[in-house]
Design a protein around this ligand. Structure first.
Ligand SMILES: [Fe+2]
Ligand SMILES: [Fe+2]
Length: 260
């Protein structure tokens, strides 16, 4: 088993410092890796990024992150990434990383992603250049996620995005904003590889659990959804692929005292 802890949308600033840290101190006993699913800051400033590094840096397990739309708001995403990296947090944007966990090669492919909507209810490459740019951005993100997933030589493969790859986990969000919450193209990319689990954030009013059309388990770990410092998912290394998440893992060991 690989134990994957994950949380997103922590939206750090000085007033949030210390909210997560007490639960994170025991992380080494509960998980093998921590994934951060974007919107780590409120407005994407360097000061806020320093709060993220203080709260989630120097932990006993590797920490892998993607940025979210909030982390781009101040046009300082490069500086934010540098601050997080200096804190020991690996930030992925269209790349993958392999981590050795007890003789198991654990692979994470990560990208922020983008909106666009879901099959039958999505924007298409038609009309004004602005719409084409919007759709092109999503297509490029999905293509890069697919390439990152397929490039990894891993025993267990996880996709990490900020935007949602499926509509299942958006349940509770207004239908009108679904196109701004995710894209089915991300789901297609996830299904094109032997992905064991897809983790995302962004949908604060959504639900935790979903599944791609290809059967990959999807988990929305936005903090307002999971309502704890992190959720932990157990992935069975003996049967990577479509049915790897332990039965009940989402809540089974989630329900430890990580509440914040
Ligand atoms: Fe958020
Ligand atoms: Fe977001």
């Amino acid at each position: 088993m690989i134990r994957v802890a994950a949380v997103g949308d922590v939206h750090m600033d000085v007033d949030v410092l210390g909210r997560y840290r007490p639960s994170l101190e025991q992380l080494g006993e509960r998980a093998d890796v921590l994934l951060l699913a974007g919107d780590l800051t409120r407005h994407g400033t360097v000061n806020e990024a320093e709060c993220v590094a203080r709260e989630f840096g120097d932990l006993p397990v590797p920490v892998v992150a993607v940025l979210g739309n909030h982390d781009y708001h101040s046009d300082q995403q490069r500086e934010v990434t540098k601050v997080l990296a200096a804190g020991g947090i690996t930030v992925l944007e269209g790349e993958g990383i392999t981590i050795s966990c007890r003789d198991v090669k654990f692979g994470v492919a990560g990208i922020k992603g983008f909106g666009g909507g879901f099959a039958g209810r999505c924007a298409s490459m038609f009309g004004e250049p602005e719409i084409k740019d919007f759709v092109r951005t999503t297509e490029q993100a999905a293509t890069r996620l697919q390439a990152a997933l397929l490039s990894l030589d891993a025993d267990v493969l996880v996709a990490l995005t900020h935007y949602a790859p499926v509509p299942d986990t958006l349940l509770g969000e207004p239908l009108e904003i679904y196109p701004f919450l995710g894209s089915y193209l991300l789901g297609q990319a996830i299904d094109s590889a032997p992905t064991a689990l897809a983790v995302h954030g962004h949908a604060h009013a959504g639900v935790e659990r979903g599944v791609t059309p290809g059967g990959v388990r999807v988990r929305n770990v936005a903090h307002p959804v999971i309502r704890q410092a992190y959720s932990v998912y157990q992935l069975d290394t003996a049967s990577p692929g479509r049915t790897p998440v332990s039965q009940g893992a989402g809540r089974g060991i989630d329900s430890l005292s990580h509440d914040v």
